[in-house]
Design a protein around this ligand. Structure first.
Ligand code: FMN
Length: 183
């Protein structure tokens, strides 16, 4: 029997977008707890390819400036990005370190994604919300992010405090259309 609590946590995980954040800061030790859970994700040959770059306060502002500098965006989009950054407590850049002699890339992306899922489900039932953003410009920030040659950026995890009670509407398609039993 599957633990009911696990099912409940997994099924109530939602993307909480910065528009719902209230601008409050998340304590650094909570950020570490989230990342500690991320660090317990599985990985083939235990390569543990996930890497996290954490931006808060001043560094968050520098990241925003860098994005605006790199990206050709309209004033409206720029304003929207500024609001998202201001309302977020921290922005975690999700990175992945390749072990190309050991594994194909997809396995390391998969492991890093599992680490992100651990962060995401750790936010359930708390006032911490987040979502994974994968803008095209993430690939133009390599120097700013101090990525080594064997590292890539897989997006940003926006984290913030929120008061909303987002309804648990999963909007998932029917499971039975996605499975095939071989009995
Ligand atoms: C790998 C990945 C990349 C994503 N990138 C974006 C993104 O760039 N912008 C966005 O608005 N949402 C992004 N999302 C969030 C999805 O849109 C969201 O998870 C989906 O709509 C389901 O909603 P839920 O997370 O509340 O269940 C991403 C999610 C994943 C897993």
């Amino acid at each position: 029997m599957i633990h009911q609590k696990i099912s409940s946590i997994i099924q109530s995980r939602r993307s909480i977008y910065p528009s719902a954040f209230n601008g409050e800061m998340i304590e650094e030790d909570i950020i570490i707890q989230l990342l500690e859970n991320a660090n317990h994700a599985p990985s083939h040959k235990m390569t543990q390819p996930w890497r996290f770059k954490i931006f808060g306060n001043d560094s968050k502002k520098k990241l925003l400036d860098e994005i605006i500098k790199k990206k050709e965006i309209s004033e409206i989009k720029k304003k929207k990005l500024e609001v998202s950054f201001n309302k977020s407590s921290h922005i975690i850049c999700i990175c992945m370190k390749r072990n190309k002699d050991l594994l194909p890339e997809w396995e390391e992306i998969a492991a890093t994604s599992m680490a992100v899922q651990n962060i995401w489900i750790s936010c359930v039932d708390s006032n911490i919300g987040g979502y994974w953003s994968t803008p095209k410009y993430m690939n133009q920030l390599r120097t700013f992010l101090q990525l080594h040659q064997d590292e890539i950026c897989l997006g940003f995890f926006y984290l913030g405090m929120h008061d909303s009670k987002k309804e648990n509407t999963t909007r998932r398609g029917n499971l039975y259309e996605k499975i095939q039993w071989f009995r």
